[in-house]
Design a protein around this ligand. Structure first.
Ligand code: ATP
Ligand code: MN
Ligand code: MN
Length: 311
């Protein structure tokens, strides 16, 4: 009996285009538990571009790439020197003549990131126009495994109140992980990275001194049991934190979502929003919960630095 030769396998999926950017293997599953494909991710960016771009455009980005999706090897990429995909730009921030720090300017750039298997966007607290002039400070509340969610919410509220005492407006977002981020916009060009980091460290120290039962300001895992680590180290040149509206490379496709402070009380879990419910939330919102963030003008003055113990 002559064996029939099996026909060559058909290509698993054709190329498609989103916002003019070619997507290869658009059907590739990136979040297997959730059935979310590369095309779904690109379409997420297409739908929410107007929300995410003000948070990530023109900022150096570190990227979490998972070419074969969640559950397969991922890597955290700070530099990309060669073969930049469509819509992705690079800038030299090390002064070595090599443009290695990537950023995007528009929605096509976001689709370009989806194309190369980027599942998370982590942004600098400064823009490519002024990498040494931070315009954003992030207080990253990192609860140990055993910390109840209500305690994390209380910590964010306390942080908001302390910043308000210093006459600083702050903004809340979920991380898509286990904690919360409190974001303080700053007028660019008015404080250095050293000042931003010292201020963040000062606040973290204040909290851990005032309430050592609940807060720590040292990263050592052993000291963190039952406590919230106030991770102030997101605040430095080249440091990043997950960007608002970035998905996370975890089962469930959670998203880091900006909230109004008034929404904190009703927030039932840290991973309340995913790729689908974030789009639904934005479609229903009457106004941007972070509307004021872009308008706030505030500076880490010497008086504010002194107030948190920075000499
Ligand atoms: P959670 O709420 O679970 O804490 P998170 O995004 O704040 O979520 P963290 O673990 O607190 O998570 O923060 C990790 C930070 O470290 C990210 O902001 C990222 O920019 C940075 N980072 C540095 N190196 C890496 C790496 N190799 N992999 C992932 N993140 C890294
Ligand atoms: Mn965190
Ligand atoms: Mn952290």
């Amino acid at each position: 009996q002559v064996q029939r030769e099996t026909p060559a396998a058909a290509p698993t999926s054709a190329t498609t285009e989103v916002l003019g950017v070619a997507l290869s293997n658009p059907g590739r599953v990136l979040w297997p538990d959730d059935g979310i494909t590369k095309r779904d991710l690109a379409e997420y960016y297409e739908k929410i571009a107007g929300w995410i771009l003000p948070q990530v455009a023109e900022r150096p980005l570190s990227l979490v790439r998972c070419p074969d999706g969640v559950g397969k090897p991922c890597f955290f990429q700070r530099h990309m020197k060669h073969d930049l995909p469509e819509g992705i730009h690079a800038i030299d921030l090390d002064g070595d003549g090599e443009p290695a720090y990537v950023y995007v300017r528009d929605a096509a750039g976001l689709v370009g990131l989806a194309q190369i298997g980027v599942l998370e966007l982590h942004a600098w607290g400064a823009t490519v126009a002024d990498p040494d002039g931070p315009d954003r400070l992030v207080l990253d509340l990192d609860p140990a495994e055993d910390v109840p969610w209500d305690m994390v919410k209380g910590a964010a509220r306390a942080m908001h109140e302390r910043l308000a005492q210093l006459d600083l407006d702050s903004f809340l977002k979920t991380t898509g992980g286990k904690g919360l981020h409190v974001v303080v916009p700053l007028t660019a060009g008015r404080q250095s990275w050293a000042e931003v980091k010292a201020f963040a460290r000062g606040i973290a120290r204040e909290f851990s001194l005032a309430d050592p039962e609940h807060f720590v300001d040292v990263a050592a895992k052993l000291k963190r049991r039952g406590k919230i680590y106030i991770d102030y180290l997101r605040n430095d040149r080249k440091a990043t934190s997950v960007a608002a509206y970035s998905p996370r490379a975890r089962p469930g496709a959670p998203v880091s979502v900006p909230l109004r402070w008034s929404e904190l009380a009703g927030l039932e879990a840290p991973q309340t929003y995913d790729l689908t419910s974030t789009v639904a939330r934005l479609a229903k919102l009457r106004s941007d919960p972070w509307r004021e963030l872009a308008r706030v003008r505030q500076v880490l003055t010497p008086a504010r630095l002194r107030a948190v113990g920075v000499k």
